[in-house]
Write a protein that binds this ligand. Structure first.
Ligand code: C2E
Ligand code: CA
Ligand code: CA
Length: 810
C-alpha cells in the first residue's frame, strides 16, 4: 500500500530483514508493482480489492495530501477493510494448515494471528496513559488501574504470542525479544503507583511528568509493535512456500498452497499499509482528543505530510503542557509556591474535565464488561483449544440429564501415547497437535453438542438426542479423523485415539446422576485402551459382565503363563499334500487346562488379544513349538517336519520379533525354513505398509510367512501383491459349502491368483472326501482338517505320522 506516506514506519534496519520490507525501502514504485503482480495472480474472487479500485485509491492519494480534512475519513474505512482482509486470510490459512495437518504452517499462522493483537493492545495502553496524564488527582487511582489492566492484557497477549513462536532463532523471535517489550517508563509509572499506594502516602502517584514521558515512549512502542505482524506474515509466506514446494508432487495440494502464498503476499502488502495507518490514525485520534481538551499552548502551523503534521501538533501540545506540568510538579516538590508556573493555567482542562470524566467512566464501564465476559469465557473454556472445560462439561451434563431434554450420549476420547508426541515435538508442538485434534473432533460434533477438553489429552463430547449407535458412529468418525497424519518437523505424525461411548437408553441400567454418563464413557474408553489404539467401545447392556469375565480370564491366563504353571499345552494338526496325501507339515494350536477343564483358544485368544497378553502367549508358543521340533529329531517321520505357529498382529509388529524368532531357532539348531508364521489377514491389512516391512524382516532369516484365515478380511489384489508372504491359508468357511456352492468359483479365482503371485495354498477345515476332490480339481496345494486328523498331542501325532507313512502312496 504505497499510497500512504511512510513517515512513521518501522526502523529501516528492521525492514531490511524482510523481503517485503526491502521492497518498501526501495520506494513506492516497486512495491506498487509487487502488489499488482500478486493481485493479478489471484482469481478475482480471492482479491481483497480489484485493481481498478486500487488504481482509484492511488489516484486519490494525491488529493488527500492536498486536503487534510479528508484524511481521517479515508484512513478509517481503509484500516477497517485491511484489518478484515488480513483476518480473513489469517483464518483461511489456519484452516488450510489444519486441513493439511502441517504443524509448521499452523505455528506460523498462529504466530501471525497473535501478532496482530499486540499493536492494538499497546495502542490501548497509549490511550489510557493519555487519559491518566490529563486526569486530575481524584481520577488518577482509577485510571492507573486502567493502565495497569492494559499492561496486564498486553503482557498476557505477549505470553501467548511468545508461546506461539516455535523458532527461537527466527526473525520474529529476534525482533520480538530485542524490541517489542513494555517500555521501562511505563513499568516505572506502574511501580511508582504501587509503591506510592503501599508505602509512602506522601508521594503523589501518577505524576504527570513521569506519565507524559511514558506516553511519548509508548507511542514509539506501538509503532515498533506494528512491524511485528509484518515480520510474522513474511515468515508465514516462507513456510507456505516450503510446504507448496514439498507438496509439489500432489497437484491438488500444490494449487491450494500456491494460492495461499500469493494471498499471503497481498495480505502482507495490506498489512504494511496498516502498519503505517494504525499509528498515524492513533496519533490523529489522539491529537483530536487532546485538542478537545484544549491543552494546546502554542498552536503550530501545519507542515510536511498532513497526517504527520496533525500528529506533530498533538506532540507539541503534549510536550508543551508536559513541560509546564513538570515545572509545577518540581515547584510543588520544592515547596516553591511563588513559582510562576503555578499561576499558569492548564489550558481548558477544567472546562473539559466534566466531559472527560463521563467519557472515561463510560470507557471503563465498557472495559469492565469486556473483562467480565472475558473472565466468564475463561472460566468455562479451555484456554489452549477454546473448547469447553471440565466445569462447563459438568454443567452441560447436568442440564442434559435434568429430564426435560432428549436423551444424552457421551463420547470420551483419549489420545494414545501423547507423551511420545510431546517428547518428540516439544511442548509448543504438543499444544499445536492438541489444537488440531480439538478442531477435528469439534468439526464432527453435531450442533447443540458440547465439546470439552478435560485437560491433558482427554476430550469429551456430550450429544443430545443420540442413541448409542449414533454416538458410536460419531465416535468412530472422530477417531478416524484424529488418526489423519499431522505434519511436523518434515514428517507425518500419527496420533491414534480410543473412544468410549455411553448413552441414556433402555438397554442399559438407569443413570445414577449426570456424572454417571461420563463415568460410563470413561469405563468404556478404559476398556478400549486395553484393546489398543483406534478402538471404540460402547458401554452397553452387557458391558459390566463382559468386562468382569475378561478380567477373570486375563488374570488366570497371566498366571498360566508364569514359569512352572504347567496349564498350557500344544497340539499339532497335520497338513497333507493334495496330490500325494503325504504329510507336509503341522499347525501348532494351543490348549489351556484351567481348573481341570480344557479351554479352547476361541474362548481366551480374543481376550488375550484385547489386553496384549497374547504377545506373551505367542512367545511362549514359539518357545514350546521349537522345543518340540527339537524333541522330534528322533522320530523319522517328523524330524524334518515344517511347523506352523500362529502369531497375533500385535506379536508380528514387535520390533524385536525377528531376533526372538531367530534366537528360538538357533537355541535348538533348527533350519529357519522349517518354521512358518501364520498371521491373520485382518491383522495384516490394518496397517499394510508396516506389516509388509515387518514381514520382510521376519523372512530375512529364511522363516516363511502365511496369511491365515484368507478370505475373511477383504484383502484386495493390490494389497495382496504388496504383502511379501509365502503362503495363503484359505479360511474353512469357504471350504464348508463345497462341492455344491458358488464358493467353488471363488476358490478357483483365489487359486489362480495365488498361482500368479507364486503363493502356496492350504485349504483349512477340510471335512469330507467331496471337498478333497473339489480342492484337488481346483489345484489347491495342501489340505488341513478333521477329514485327515484333529489336532493331536505330540505322541499321537508321531503315531499318526507313522501310520500315514505306511499307507501313503509315496
Ligand atoms: P486357526 O489358526 O484358523 O486354526 C484352525 C482352527 O480350526 C483350529 O481351532 C482347529 O482346531 C480348527 N479346525 C481344524 N480342522 C477343522 C475342521 O475340519 N473343521 C472345523 N470346524 N475346525 C477345524 P482351534 O484350535 O480352536 O483354534 C482356534 C483359533 O485360535 C485358531 O484359528 C487361531 O486363530 C487361534 N489360536 C490357536 N492357537 C493359537 C496360538 O498358539 N497363538 C495364537 N495367537 N492364536 C492361536
Ligand atoms: Ca492358523
Ligand atoms: Ca485359519
Amino acid at each position: 500500500m504505497e499510497i500512504l506516506v511512510p513517515e512513521r514506519r518501522p526502523p529501516d534496519a528492521v525492514l531490511a530483514t524482510t523481503e517485503l520490507g526491502r521492497q518498501i525501502l526501495d520506494g513506492p514504485a516497486p512495491l506498487a508493482s509487487a502488489t499488482d503482480d500478486a493481485l493479478a495472480r489471484l482469481a478475482p474472487e480471492h482479491r481483497p480489492f480489484d485493481p481498478e479500485e486500487l488504481a482509484q485509491i492511488r489516484a486519490e492519494s494525491d488529493e488527500w495530501v492536498r486536503s487534510p480534512d479528508t484524511i481521517r475519513a479515508r484512513l478509517g474505512p481503509l484500516t477497517t477493510r485491511t484489518e478484515k482482509v488480513m483476518l480473513r486470510y489469517a483464518t483461511a490459512t489456519r484452516f488450510a494448515a489444519v486441513e493439511l495437518g502441517d504443524l509448521d504452517l499452523i505455528a506460523a499462522g498462529t504466530t501471525f494471528q497473535r501478532s496482530i493483537r499486540l499493536p492494538d493492545a499497546a495502542g490501548e495502553v497509549v490511550a489510557s496513559l493519555s487519559d491518566l496524564w490529563a486526569a486530575g488527582p481524584e481520577d488518577r487511582p482509577r485510571l492507573q488501574s486502567q493502565v495497569a489492566a492494559g499492561v496486564a492484557r498486553f503482557t498476557t497477549l505477549s505470553e501467548l504470542f511468545a508461546d506461539s513462536v516455535t523458532d527461537p532463532d527466527g526473525p520474529v523471535a529476534a525482533y520480538w525479544s530485542s524490541t517489542v517489550q513494555v517500555p521501562p517508563t511505563i513499568r516505572s509509572v506502574l511501580d511508582e503507583v504501587e509503591s506510592a499506594s503501599l508505602s509512602s502516602p506522601d508521594r503523589r502517584p501518577g505524576e504527570p511528568a513521569a506519565v507524559g514521558a511514558a506516553l511519548l515512549e509508548a507511542i514509539d512502542w506501538t509503532i515498533e509493535a506494528d512491524a511485528l505482524p509484518l515480520i510474522a506474515a513474511e515468515v508465514m509466506i516462507g513456510v507456505a512456500d516450503d510446504v507448496a514446494d514439498e507438496a509439489r508432487a500432489n497437484e491438488r495440494l500444490t494449487g491450494g498452497l500456491v494460492l495461499l502464498a500469493i494471498a499471503l503476499s497481498v495480505t502482507a502488502a495490506v498489512l504494511f499499509g496498516r502498519s503505517i495507518v494504525t499509528p498515524v490514525r492513533r496519533l490523529t485520534d489522539h491529537a483530536e482528543r487532546i485538542g478537545r481538551g484544549e491543552l494546546t499552548l502554542d498552536p503550530l502551523p501545519l507542515g510536511g505530510p498532513p497526517e504527520v503534521a496533525t500528529a506533530s501538533v498533538a506532540f507539541n501540545d503534549v510536550v508543551g503542557t508536559l513541560r509546564l506540568l513538570e515545572q509545577k510538579g518540581r515547584a510543588l516538590a520544592d515547596v516553591d509556591l511563588d513559582h510562576p508556573s503555578l499561576h499558569q493555567a492548564l489550558p481548558g482542562e477544567l472546562g473539559a474535565a466534566l466531559q472527560r470524566s463521563t467519557e472515561v467512566l463510560s470507557t471503563s464501564i465498557v472495559e469492565r464488561e469486556h473483562l467480565r465476559s472475558q473472565l466468564s469465557h475463561d472460566a468455562t473454556h479451555d484456554s489452549l483449544t477454546g473448547l469447553a472445560n471440565r466445569a462447563a462439561l459438568m454443567d452441560a451434563l447436568a442440564q442434559q440429564c435434568a429430564g426435560q431434554s432428549p436423551r444424552a450420549a457421551a463420547i470420551f476420547i483419549d489420545l494414545d501415547d501423547f507423551k511420545r508426541i510431546n517428547d518428540r515435538l516439544g511442548h509448543a508442538g504438543g499444544d499445536l497437535v492438541l489444537q488440531v485434534v480439538a478442531d477435528r473432533i469439534a468439526a464432527l460434533a453435531p450442533t447443540g453438542s458440547t465439546v470439552a477438553r478435560l485437560g491433558g489429552d482427554e476430550f469429551v463430547v456430550v450429544l443430545s438426542g443420540a442413541t448409542i449407535d449414533d454416538a458410536a458412529e460419531r465416535a468412530r468418525a472422530m477417531v478416524a479423523a484424529v488418526a489423519q497424519p499431522i505434519r511436523a518437523g518434515g514428517q507425518a505424525n500419527r496420533i491414534k485415539a480410543c473412544a468410549g461411548v455411553a448413552a441414556e437408553d433402555e438397554a442399559s441400567s438407569p443413570l445414577a446422576g449426570p456424572t454417571d454418563l461420563l463415568h460410563r464413557a470413561d469405563l468404556a474408553v478404559y476398556d478400549a485402551k486395553r484393546v489398543g489404539p483406534g478402538t471404540v467401545v460402547c458401554f452397553d447392556a452387557g458391558f459390566g459382565d463382559r468386562v468382569a469375565h475378561q478380567n477373570d480370564v486375563e488374570e488366570a491366563l497371566a498366571a498360566a503363563l508364569r514359569p512352572g504353571a504347567d496349564e498350557l499345552r500344544l497340539v499339532f494338526q497335520p497338513i497333507v499334500a493334495t496330490s500325494t496325501g503325504a504329510l507336509v507339515g503341522v499347525e501348532t494350536l494351543i490348549r489351556w487346562r484351567r481348573d481341570g477343564a480344557w479351554v479352547m483358544p476361541d474362548d481366551f485368544i480374543p481376550i488375550a488379544e484385547r489386553s496384549g497378553l497374547v504377545v506373551r502367549l505367542d512367545l511362549w508358543v514359539l518357545q514350546a513349538a521349537t522345543a518340540q521340533m527339537a524333541a522330534w529329531a528322533d522320530v523319522p517321520e517328523l524330524a524334518d517336519m515344517t511347523v506352523s505357529v500362529n502369531l497375533s498382529g500385535r506379536t508380528l509388529m514387535r520390533p524385536t520379533l525377528p531376533a526372538e524368532v531367530e534366537a528360538a531357532l538357533r537355541a535348538y539348531d533348527l533350519a529357519p525354513n522349517r518354521l512358518i508364521v501364520e498371521v491373520t489377514e485382518t491383522a495384516l491389512i490394518t496397517d499394510l505398509d508396516l506389516a509388509a516391512a515387518q514381514i520382510d524382516r521376519v523372512r530375512a532369516s529364511g522363516v516363511r510367512v502365511a496369511i491365515d484365515d484368507f478370505g475373511t478380511g477383504y484383502t484386495s489384489i493390490a494389497q495382496l501383491r504388496a504383502l511379501p508372504v509365502d503362503e495363503l491359508k484359505i479360511d474353512g468357511s469357504f471350504i464348508r459349502g463345497l462341492p455344491e456352492t458358488t464358493d467353488r468359483v471363488l476358490l478357483q479365482i483365489v487359486e489362480d491368483l495365488a498361482d500368479h503371485l507364486e503363493l502356496f495354498t492350504v485349504a483349512e477345515g477340510v471335512e469330507t472326501a467331496g471337498q478333497v476332490e473339489e480342492l484337488a480339481a481346483i489345484g489347491c496345494g495342501a489340505l488341513q482338517g478333521y477329514f485327515f486328523s484333529r489336532p493331536l498331542d505330540p505322541d499321537a501325532l508321531a503315531r499318526w505320522a507313522a501310520g500315514r507313512m505306511a499307507s501313503s502312496p509315496r
